[in-house]
Design a protein around this ligand. Structure first.
Ligand code: BES
Ligand code: MN
Ligand code: MN
Length: 454
């Protein structure tokens, strides 16, 4: 049996195995899921061993363990580091799922469940590609290091420590990641830029405790009103972020790059349909693709406080909260931006309230050239798997580890995504197109095989 025949013969069993992983609710942000995180890490470790990797280790960190394994027997051949994450976002709101988030189900050629696209399904593509190579040829054609972490969705907080302590072990000729999306269905894509992310939480306190709004209303500050006023001032009419200095270090892409990005087979109509809003809003002067990929943003992710239960309760709340994030592009510096954001918000606040400002996580933007010969190998492999030539895209999401690896080792980072923009990552009814899952295993197996000739 050759490699492709082998992969085809495993379609059903691979899919069943992926469902096992999807049934583990490894939600990294919630402490009640700690046992599930541990179970998912153990599951990944077991599959790494099955794929022929050695020195498999479940490395504890301050938060969630990461799983590492390696196979270093291809003398004189390149070494790649594959990175992914086994943790997932919370599944709430549960009532919006057509089938339960942790009971994977196939409908319409799509596999539904939390983590299908982000990132368990994509990690599994690599595990099965490695296993196929090992079982077809008896050993792996290149040297492979695999690192699957459990904190990506909470900002990869412990990863910095791990990389610092394992510099030698993580050294590789290239980083391979599948945690992004294809430009659209049928268009295999290689991502060469990601935005960075700073995540903040603010707590506004007015009165020392909740107050009767009849007895006190009219004379005391309402922290919710004040928070809403501040938030409303963070953008101007053109949807520019109205924080002084915010754009100071933003690199405007070259004319040539803007032209290339705007010429991609990206479909505005599909995008509008996926968004589903009556109309779009974005920073004036930039195309949608530019707004998404090369411009920084500020978003309010959540706002709460006061009474939100059934019926009426007349109260002036003591506190109001918001979760805010900024997406960053080269060459914005996350630490500098965090200072600017905090300083500006404090300046906008009246003296009637106190403010606690926290930076929950931070991550740098990334963009890199794709001239290294490894990208040609990726294009060829994707063409064999998908029957289409790949395009080079940037994306608006963030993967802290990519920046970190690039900064530390300056190695080529090959981001091959098998998700689709409308697959509801982080949202109800997340899914993965099975066609991409199966083609992905073939493409990645061929990619690893062809890297032997690099
Ligand atoms: N896989 C995504 C990142 C992503 C999504 C890249 C879409 C490109 C396109 C990753 O799991 C993710 O969700 N990252 C978080 C950042 C993290 C620090 C919480 C994000 O981008 O919000
Ligand atoms: Mn992801
Ligand atoms: Mn994610």
């Amino acid at each position: 049996m050759d490699l492709i025949e082998y992969i085809d013969s495993k379609r059903e069993s691979n899919l069943e195995e992926l469902k096992e992983l999807l049934r583990i609710p490894s939600v990294s942000t919630k402490s009640e899921h700690k046992p599930d995180i541990e179970r998912a890490a153990a599951w990944v470790a077991e599959k790494l061993r099955a794929a022929g990797l050695e020195n498999v280790e479940i490395a504890p960190t301050k938060m969630h363990p990461l799983v590492y394994g390696e196979s270093l027997h291809a003398l004189g051949k390149p070494t790649v580091l594959f990175y992914g994450h086994y943790d997932v976002q919370p599944a709430e709101p549960l009532d919006l799922w057509t089938s339960p988030p942790f009971e994977p189900a196939v409908r319409d050629g799509k596999l539904f469940g939390r983590g299908t696209a982000d990132d368990k399904g994509q990690v599994h593509i690599h595990l099965k590609a490695l296993e196929a190579l090992k079982n077809t040829f008896g050993s792996l054609p290149i040297n492979v290091k695999v690192m699957i972490e459990g904190e990506e969705e909470v900002g990869s907080v412990s990863l910095w420590d791990f990389v610092r302590q394992n510099r030698e072990r993580l050294k590789a000729d290239a980083l391979i990641v599948s945690d992004t999306a294809m430009l659209s269905k049928g268009v295999p894509s290689i991502t060469y830029g990601l935005r960075g992310l700073n995540y903040y939480q603010i707590e506004i306190t007015g009165p020392a405790q909740d107050l009767h709004s009849g007895i006190f209303g009219g004379a005391v500050p309402n922290p919710i009103t004040i928070l809403a006023e501040v938030i409303a001032k963070l953008h101007d009419r053109n949807f520019h972020v109205a924080i002084p200095g915010f754009y100071d270090d933003v690199t405007v892409p070259s004319r040539q790059e803007r032209k290339a990005l705007n010429a991609l087979p990206w479909k505005e109509k599909e995008f509008r349909k996926t968004v589903g809003a009556p109309a779009l809003s974005g920073e004036a002067g930039f195309s949608i693709v530019e707004q998404l990929w090369v411009r920084p943003t500020l978003e309010v992710n959540g706002i709460w406080g006061g009474y939100t239960g059934e019926g009426a309760k007349t109260v002036i709340p003591s506190k109001a909260y918001a979760k805010i994030s900024t997406r960053l592009v080269p060459d914005q510096d996350p630490a500098k931006i965090a200072k600017l954001v905090e300083r500006h918000i404090r300046k906008l606040l009246p003296k009637t309230v106190r403010c606690k400002f926290e930076l929950l996580s931070t991550g740098k933007p990334w963009v890199a050239p794709y001239t290294h010969p490894i990208f040609q190998k990726a294009i060829h492999a994707l063409e064999s798997g998908f029957g289409k030539k790949a395009v080079f895209i940037r994306e608006g999401g963030s993967i802290p580890f990519v920046t970190q690896m690039y900064d530390t080792f300056k190695v080529p980072c090959v981001l091959i995504g098998f998700g689709l923009p409308d697959e509801n990552a982080h949202a109800p009814d997340e899914h993965l197109l099975l066609e991409n899952y199966f083609a992905g295993i073939k493409a990645i197996a061929l990619f690893y095989q062809q890297l032997a000739a690099l």
